[in-house]
Design a protein around this ligand. Structure first.
Ligand code: NAD
Ligand code: DAU
Length: 361
């Protein structure tokens, strides 16, 4: 039985990945989820897994070397899948330091502890020990709005936000470990994910939450920025396939050629929500394009992201399974049937966050 150490498993992609892995491997794997439970970490995302003997949660900060060393000494870890990070661009613009701490220092601690636990005296590593670093397409910078240029694995790094700069730093550390210590790792760079359990600071769940509450839908700048959207389960599948079938030491871009302008997303959320809500639901009459409000643009706002997934498709055979029309409907249905989840995450500190972020826009 393989033992996985998953960092950041209580967050959006991490919790979807853990669910995906148990659906796929059931009792053939053990997962240790290490998460500090910041504002973005939510154990409610994993409640149904608590009865499993092969699922263990440990609350720890990845910058805490002693805590991470202890986990590696107590468990014989076969695979590390490293999600834990500060992940929201707008927060990084307001408060960059914590991004450097978690994303750069935290990744260094994870690499150091894995290497110390795995490396043999002759500098080699036991068969099957693998570290996968989950990263973002934002490290490549911004593409021209031409609909035909793409991010390849060979595209030079040109991060613009403190978030993407810190992720670029963490990617470079992983690359340095592979080059210097022949450390058995992969990096994946992925486009914008959407799906269940996403915290409503990110565009799609924020729009759903605001529309249902009759609040304005804030659109940054002219609303014409382009993002390349991927359903989160397709990302989880890609991560697993890279770790099991990919070539070690390689980077793989994961994306499904699904570019949309932000304003298209806003309109689609409005339309799909209106279709999904019952005519008798009093919220339905408020949901219309009248809610759209153009607000001050994000500082340094990258214009366009678009992943070229040619390498992962050719070498590993990965392709996304969920069309955008299906994925967005599934996502909206999930939020409509998990209103309690949304209430829990938007109570308390969320109100303050919203005021700080949008109050003067
Ligand atoms: P998220 O913000 O939803 O979750 C991050 C998780 O990490 C939370 O559970 C949080 O508690 C935990 N965490 C934060 N700091 C920690 C620390 N110091 N120690 C331990 N745990 C800590 O993020 P997400 O959207 O699920 O993203 C996961 C990873 O995927 C990140 O590395 C992100 O850069 C990358 N990524 C995200 C997207 C996307 O669209 N969301 C796309 C590409 C790559
Ligand atoms: O590309 C991958 C990245 O995607 C990940 O690495 C990040 O962790 C993830 O947060 C995401 O970054 P973005 O900045 O692209 O996602 P966000 O949901 O914050 O914004 C998507 C687009 O929508 C972006 O162009 C900004 C815009 N936007 C966002 C919010 C929150 C708005 O117009 N209004 C909003 O209120």
């Amino acid at each position: 039985m393989k033992t996985y150490l998953v960092t950041g498993g209580a967050g959006f992609i991490g919790s979807n990945y853990i669910h995906y892995m148990f659906r796929k491997y059931d009792n053939d794997i053990r997962i240790i989820n290490v998460d500090a439970l910041t504002y973005a970490g939510n154990l409610e995302n994993l409640k149904d897994l608590e009865i499993r003997d092969n699922y263990i949660f440990i609350r720890a900060d990845i910058t805490d070397k002693a805590a991470i060393e202890k986990i590696f000494s107590e468990y014989d870890i076969d695979r590390v899948v490293h999600f834990a990070a500060e992940s929201h661009v707008d927060r990084s613009i307001k408060n960059p330091e914590v991004f450097v701490r978690t994303n750069v220092l935290g990744t260094a601690v994870m690499l150091n502890c894995a290497r110390a636990a795995w490396e043999k005296p002759d500098g080699s590593y036991p068969e099957g020990k693998k570290f996968l670093h989950v990263s973002t397409d934002e490290v490549y910078g911004s593409l021209p709005d031409d609909g035909k240029s793409y991010f390849y694995e060979t595209t030079p790094y040109q991060p613009h936000s403190p978030y993407s700069a810190s992720k670029a730093g963490s990617d470079m550390l992983v690359k340095s470990y592979m080059d210097t210590y022949h450390f058995p790792a992969n990096i994946t760079n992925t486009s914008n994910n959407y799906g269940p359990y996403q915290f409503p600071e990110k565009l799609i769940p924020l729009l759903i939450h605001n529309a249902l509450s009759g609040k304005e839908l804030p659109v940054y700048g002219d609303g014409m920025n382009v993002r390349d959207w991927l359903y989160v389960d397709d990302h989880a599948k890609g991560i697993d396939m890279v770790q099991e079938q990919g070539r070690l030491f390689e980077t793989y871009n994961i994306g499904g050629h699904n570019e949309k302008r932000n304003i298209e997303i806003v309109n689609l959320v409005i339309e799909t929500l209106s279709e999904e809500l019952d005519d008798s639901d009093p919220r339905k009459k408020n949901i219309s394009k009248d809610l759209i409000r153009y607000v001050t643009d994000r500082k340094g706002h990258d214009r366009r992201y678009a992943i070229a997934p040619d390498k992962i498709k050719a070498e590993i055979g990965w392709e996304p399974e969920t069309t955008f029309a299906e994925g967005i409907r599934k996502t909206i249905r999930w939020y409509l049937s998990h209103e309690e989840w949304m209430q829990h995450v938007t109570s308390g500190n969320y109100q303050k966050y919203y005021e700080d972020m949008y109050g003067d826009r």
